[in-house]
Design a protein around this ligand. Sequence first.
Ligand code: KG4
Ligand code: ZN
Length: 350
Amino acid sequence: MAAPLLAIETSCDETAAAVIGSEGRPLSSVVASQAGLHAQWGGVVPEAASRSHLESLPTLARVALGQAGVEAQALGCVAATSGPGLAPALLVGLSFAKGLAVARGLPFVAVNHIEGHLFSPFIGRAHIPPHVSLIVSGGHTLLVAVKSGEDIRLLGRTRDDAAGEAFDKAAKLLGLPYPGGAVLDELAEEGDAAAFDFPRALRHSGDWDFSFSGLKTSLRYLLEKQPIRSEQQLRDVCASFREAVVEVLVGKLVAAVKATGARHAALSGGVACNRRLRGLFFEAGREHGFEAHAVEPRYATDNAAMIGFVASWRFRQARFSDWDADIRPALDWQVAHSVPRLDEPPCKGS
Ligand code: KG4
Ligand code: ZN
């Protein structure tokens, strides 16, 4: 049985640490959100994020080890996110992880943050079926076909704003507190999704790309023309906006599942916390005959368990990173090609 590994995630505004045991099972996963800190500026300030990571990371790593009941001497590997993300924020986590690995004579694994999200719906599972995956976060909206460990293809992505960014910008226009995606979702629960007609951009474009910037603009026009007069109207706008985003996301996912013949689909990223998105995703699975794997909400927003899960494969295969592995703020999703070997453990299902 492999020794446990410690994983660190500091790509944006959550400081996170997790201990991963054998078979990639999380023994602990702790996250310190900086949302309260950045709320005063209405968005993430990279230098403030970096300073805050630096202050909380040593304690958080100790808490993760303590909750897992693992002594630092028992660790077999240290992992951290190398990108994409904010450079000063990534630097803190990567340097901390490398320093710890050097000091303890342990191997080190650098992980692509997007890859962490990609496989997060399967955290702790020994087998991952071939599937179509929708990754929806504050920074990314990607539709990916995972056929095998060697065959992971990008089907489509957003041409402008990410889905989470669209929710956050809409929330800002509506005067909701930062970060707005979750607040908008909460308000939408009591709203009428048919009250306002928002565009479904690229819904029938024939490809699997997304576009959300027009949606945000149409909300701005609506608010200029018709300022919100009541709490119920606010809820109706939130519900209608949410429906427009979610309908396009699930519509394209279903089209991709049908086109690829996949029998499984996965949903991940912070926006995977969205109640309507989760509901429609599971509904689509029942209606169209695919198994729907939605990430658990605690592993949807940024966390270190998803980083450690990916690192645990590479640890078991002794595919370690070089000591000069640097931060890669603009890293794209493609690195996923070279990393997970889903056939080890083997792909099951079809
Ligand atoms: O994955 P994540 O923590 O960070 C990135 O890698 O970007 O995702 C954060 C995003 C934010 O845009 C946030 O507003 C959004 O996820 N989010 C939600 C909900 N909860 C978080 N968006 C819609 N509905 C939610 N319930
Ligand atoms: Zn993320």
